[in-house]
Structure formats: C-alpha cells, structure tokens
Design a protein around this ligand. Structure first.
Ligand code: SF4
Length: 210
C-alpha cells in the first residue's frame, strides 16, 4: 500500500479545496511571524484564515507580546497587499500553568519529549476552540521550523482534531518546496523581528549554553 507523506496529503487536500465554490474556514495555530510568513502566503488563496495565537510557553511575557505584535504587523501587511481578510485571536498569557507541566522535562533537549508536551497543550486548546466555534479546518505553521519534528506535529495535532466530528485536519510540511528559504527571504525583506530561541525559559538556557 502506498504511504503518502504529510506534504503529499497536504497537496491532495488543497486540490479538493480548490474544487469548492467558497473558501473553507481554517483556524491556524501560529507561534510567531517568522514561522507564519510563508505558510500564510500559500494558505490565504484557499482558506478563510483565522490565526490562533495561544503560546503561553513563551517566556517572558514581553517576548510573548513582541512576537504577537510582529505577527499582527505582518498580517496587516498581507491583508493590505493582497486584499485578504486574515484575522487573529489571541489567548491570554499563562506561563505559570504551562511551566508547571513543562518543568517535569526541563532537562530535555529541544525537539524531545518536553516539546511534544508543549505542542500538545497548544494543539488541544486549538482544536477545542475550533470545534466549539465551527471552524472547518485546523493546522499549525510550526512544521516549517528546522528545529521541529514535522512528523510529531502532524501526529499530535491530527490526534486532537480527530476527536471532533466537525473538524478536518490539514496536514502540512511547510519546509517543502523551499519553504525555509522562502521564509528567510521574507524575514530579510520585511526586517521583521526574529527571535533567537524557541520560546520557553528552558530554551533560553539551551540557547545560551550552545
Ligand atoms: S523548546 Fe520550544 S517547543 Fe520545546 S518546550 Fe520550549 S517553547 Fe515548547
């Protein structure tokens, strides 16, 4: 039996969406503008996008706000340039509750179990919100990141999405088709703020150590 990659599944889903006579709604998890800049350019042509910014993993709060502001600035730019209507929903900051869970695996290297727990916390909330508010699709921009395991992201998010009959999971691997290079080019051209650590306080420490 042929096994499709997440990227092939994504392309197939986009072909299906193209046949529709409307743009289905997509609740798109975004962690920051640098990771979102290229995925948004692709997805805006096929979906009615609402970004879900629920990233209480980010430490400190000023960084959470800075990444949010950078994202808003980029979304405004896209909306103006392409006459699109991408919206953003921001969830309140609660780093303490997040850390109470992540602390258990504070010594993990980035990309290991602590990160899978971190994806889970955010994707669970994304799917609950999406289902309750009748979004059709869910997805996350995070598969573009070089440091992130796209297989695990797809597996975890698909698992939560499958709990809801009214949600369709949009597979992704935004690294494909030179996604990383295209994102780097946008970051350079727009001079947007681009952080040098993933987000949690443990990743700041890792960044200093390397
Ligand atoms: S390194 Fe990034 S993904 Fe991993 S736990 Fe920290 S903030 Fe979350």
């Amino acid at each position: 039996m042929r096994v499709f990659t997440n990227y092939q599944k994504f392309l197939k889903q986009i072909e299906e969406v193209k046949k529709l006579d409307y743009k289905p709604s997509l609740l798109l998890h975004s962690c920051c503008a640098p990771c979102s800049c290229y995925p948004l350019l692709i997805l805006k042509d096929y979906f009615d996008i609402t970004i879900f910014y629920n990233n209480s993993n980010i430490y400190p709060e000023s960084e959470f706000e800075l990444r949010y502001d950078t994202l808003c600035e980029y979304v405004n730019k896209i909306n103006n340039e392409y006459d699109s209507n991408i919206k953003i929903i921001k969830q309140s900051y609660d780093n303490e509750s997040f850390n109470a869970i992540l602390e258990k695996r504070k010594d993990d290297k980035e990309g290991k179990v602590r990160c899978f727990m971190c994806y889970s916390l955010r994707y669970k909330e994304l799917c609950e919100y999406a289902s309750k508010n009748n979004f059709e699709y869910v997805c996350s921009v995070m598969t573009i990141s070089r440091q992130k395991n796209e297989e695990m992201i797809n597996k975890i998010l698909e698992g939560y999405a499958s709990k809801y009959n009214n949600l369709t999971y949009l597979y992704s691997n935004f690294k494909k088709d030179k996604g990383l290079e295209k994102a780097q080019q946008i970051i350079k051209e727009t001079k947007m703020y681009s952080q040098n650590y993933c987000g949690c306080k443990f990743s700041i420490r890792e960044n200093i150590e390397h």
